[in-house]
Design a protein around this ligand. Structure first.
Ligand code: TRP
Length: 353
């Protein structure tokens, strides 16, 4: 069995309207992983973004904006590798090889494709269908062992594991012959959870907070200033009851559960802890506390994002540096994969057989 060093990879799509769900469910956790792990790679997945049509000018801005959000939230581009996917050609290259490993039947089960393609499936791009294979390539180009993702990406992570396993099996003897032990790709662990695994809409606690919800009041955008944040929290939908003192009391109260979950995630505590302080409180006293906490946490990130976005040359330099460092890890993986698969490539094979 090959041993794999702990390596964290995750990606965020540059499709606009970054919101509190992206921050609590992804970016804030990326910062926590950075404090704990040897190597983290955080990727702005622009190749994934164009599976649905993007306005080119807007896309460029959104790539820089996601990068700015990463940096403003505390991702350190010296310790972590921050880059955009299209600058590292190994993602697309490995995706092609995985296209020949993954089975149609596996992709036909992907629920996100069904949701995104909607009724008019004939008119969906082939890229949208192939999206999960590219995602597997993102992760496995670095042989990443851990991937922090939202609940909605669980099925894609399972597909990644299936692809790794099938590659390891299909090419088992070649993998061994090239001196990689029994497993070339690790079986990646998804890291899903925390109080904000799902941040819900502020207008409807049964729907996920979403960039595409027509109501601005459904989400707190990372570009919202203090006034906008305060207004949205004050207007958030609630029910007429006081907060319960136990977590069980949040069952069947989606809006209350969501606001308590947001409070917990912003503070870095559990729902239980929040209810220890606020059990029995009315929303009229809980909401102002949530406003203060949200503004205190998000306003500095918002201000720093504004500062960074005003200097695109700096952002582009961070992305170029990250891409070079990412490629230094991914290129040897692809060389090894080509040898394992049986391609003839430029330069010496890692081990001639
Ligand atoms: N599909 C992910 C999402 O929409 C984004 C993503 C692309 C990703 N490649 C990845 C996440 C690799 C983790 C690892 O959230």
């Amino acid at each position: 069995m090959a041993a794999f060093n702990e390596l964290v990879f995750s990606g965020v799509q540059p499709t606009g309207n970054l919101h509190l769900g992206n921050y609590l469910g992804a970016i804030k956790r990326f910062v926590e992983m950075q404090e704990r792990n040897a190597q983290c790679l955080y990727c702005v997945v622009d190749l994934h973004a164009i599976t649905l049509w993007q306005d080119p000018q807007a896309l460029r801005g959104q790539i820089r904006e996601v990068t700015a959000a990463f940096l403003a939230a505390g991702i350190d581009p010296k310790r972590s590798i921050v880059f955009n996917q299209s600058q590292v050609p190994q993602h697309a290259e490995l995706a092609w090889i995985f296209n020949c490993v993954a089975r149609l039947g596996w992709l036909n089960r992907m629920t996100q494709f069904k949701d995104k393609a909607g009724k008019d499936r004939e008119n969906a791009s082939i890229g949208l269908y192939d999206y999960p294979v590219l995602m597997a390539a993102d992760i496995l180009a670095y042989r990443a062992t851990h991937v922090p993702v939202g609940e909605d990406q669980k099925q894609h992570l399972e597909l990644t594991r299936d692809i790794a396993q099938k590659f390891n099996n299909d090419f088992g003897s070649s993998i061994q012959a090239h001196g990689h032990g029994e497993q070339f790709f690790p079986i990646t662990e998804p890291l899903i959870g925390g109080p904000a695994a799902r941040v819900m809409s502020l207008r409807d606690g049964t729907k996920k907070m979403s960039k595409s919800d027509p109501s601005e009041y459904s989400r707190i955008a990372l570009t919202d200033d203090a006034d906008a944040i305060a207004q949205k929290v004050r207007k958030a939908k609630t029910d007429p009851e006081a907060l319960p003192s136990e977590v069980e009391g949040l069952k069947g109260r989606p809006e209350a559960d969501n606001l308590v979950g947001i409070f917990a995630a912003l503070r870095g505590i559990t729902r239980e802890d929040v209810l220890k302080d606020f059990g029995g409180a009315q929303f009229s006293s809980f909401k102002p506390a949530l406003v203060d906490l949200a503004v205190e946490t998000l306003a500095p990130i918002n201000a720093e994002m504004k500062r960074l976005v005003a200097d695109p040359a700096h952002i582009d330099a961070v992305l170029a540096d990250g891409a070079a460092r990412a490629e230094a890890i991914a290129a040897p993986t692809l060389d090894a994969v080509k040898d394992i698969v049986g391609f003839v490539r430029r330069g010496p094979a890692l081990r001639a057989v």
